[in-house]
Ligand binder design. Structure first.
Ligand SMILES: C[S@@+](CC[C@H](N)C(=O)[O-])C[C@H]1O[C@@H](n2cnc3c(N)ncnc32)[C@H](O)[C@@H]1O
Length: 359
């Protein structure tokens, strides 16, 4: 069934900025993509690292434990998972952390999730655990805080701009039931121009992607980190070198779809963009957080011992189980699969600098 744009509160024959369009299509509370569909896994639209292998989630847990140690083993410590999806990572996180009684006593675990459907999935999966769901970070007031997001930032809609001579124009969509989506550029708002011009990384680009909504989220997160100390670890697919082009993509059933076909599949395809990691780094630095060197997922997971952990587990496995573990590990680490395309950034406030995984 083709859903009419009006169900998403989208007006036809009107212009709408890219981020506002994507926000409605993905997160409309009744019909949005994330309100209706559990997108993860082989049978879904895309596969994420925690749904590929528990090893990924174990390694993230070990990283959080070592970070807690580096922060001086605080008696009150907060961990917030940003956009926890189907709760796969947190499930492993809770089971692993139980084996380390000191941190287990000190840690408060929070989930920050926008989709009601996914919140319910998470609640079912994590029934009986001490996890708490939060809408904002107000109740986190004591002890350092570590935020973690896997494919969180790429799921937040971005704005797109292009220069016409020296004038910055914002990309909008014109929605027409017959013609589909047409791109139209309109003068950018003064406040957006001001924000964009602050970033050196965006200078000299002809085509600019700007994560305004993503930065709104990070503003809340960085101010908590600045107040309480701790940090924010983000893993996402993204780039370091200038691209100068649109990275917006729609994905359905593990296949990319042309954006112009999206209207026929409103609410049925995920829409993401690549994360500009240098822009993220500049953002954090401007907000007076320190930033570790940006590394690939392969580098980070290997430094944190994923291969040794897999080898250990494989000792007691059947031939088929061993093969399956090697197959999933390859997906996480191979440079043409997730290994290099996914990057890891850690921004922090602490006197310590020797957090693991980055050198
Ligand atoms: C691509 S999924 C990744 C899920 C999970 N982290 C994983 O790796 O399997 C993006 C997640 O972020 C959530 N999300 C997106 N924007 C959000 C926001 N502004 N606040 C909270 N959660 C958000 C989505 O609902 C979803 O759970």
């Amino acid at each position: 069934m083709i859903l009419d744009p009006k169900y998403f509160d989208l007006k036809t024959n009107k212009l709408i900025p890219v981020d506002e369009f994507v926000e409605k299509v993905l997160y409309h509370p009744n019909v949005g993509y994330y309100s209706k569909k559990i997108p993860f896994g082989n049978k879904g639209d895309f596969i994420t690292a925690p749904t590929i292998s528990n090893l990924f989630s174990e390694i993230i847990t070990v990283w959080v434990i070592t970070t807690w140690e580096k922060l001086g083993k605080p008696k009150n410590f907060n961990f917030v998972e940003l956009g926890p999806g189907d709760g796969s990572l947190t499930k492993v996180f809770i089971n692993t952390i139980k084996k380390f009684p000191d941190i287990n006593k000190s840690i408060n675990i929070y989930m920050y999730e926008k989709s009601n459907l996914l919140k319910n999935v998470q609640r079912k999966k994590l029934k009986g655990s001490k996890v708490k769901w939060i809408k904002d970070f107000d109740r986190i007031n004591k002890g350092p805080v570590v935020f973690f997001g896997n494919e969180f930032f790429d799921a937040i809609p971005i704005k797109q701009f292009s220069y016409d001579k020296n004038l910055l124009k914002e990309k909008h969509y014109f929605i027409n039931s017959l013609k589909g989506l047409t791109e139209v550029y309109k003068d950018a708002k003064k406040e957006d121009i001001k924000k964009i011009k602050k970033f050196k990384v965006l200078k000299n680009l002809r085509f600019i992607e700007f994560p305004k909504l993503g930065f709104d989220e990070l503003d809340k997160i960085t101010s908590k980190v600045k107040k309480l100390s701790g940090g924010i670890l983000l893993i996402d697919y993204g780039y370091l070198n200038i691209l100068n082009k649109s990275t917006l993509q729609a994905v359905m059933e593990n296949k990319k779809m042309d954006m112009s076909h999206l209207l026929k599949n409103l609410g049925r395809a995920d829409i993401t963009s690549l994360v500009n990691f240098k822009l993220l780094k500049e953002y954090f630095t401007k907000n007076r957080l320190k930033v570790k060197k940006i590394v690939s997922q392969k580098f980070f997971l290997e430094k944190m011992g994923i291969i040794e952990r897999a080898q250990n587990l494989q000792i007691n496995m059947t031939f088929e189980q061993k093969n399956y573990m090697s197959f999933t590990l390859r997906r996480l680490l191979h440079k043409n699969l997730m290994g290099e395309l996914f990057k890891v950034i850690f921004a922090f406030k602490s006197k310590k600098n020797n957090f693991l995984g980055f050198n």
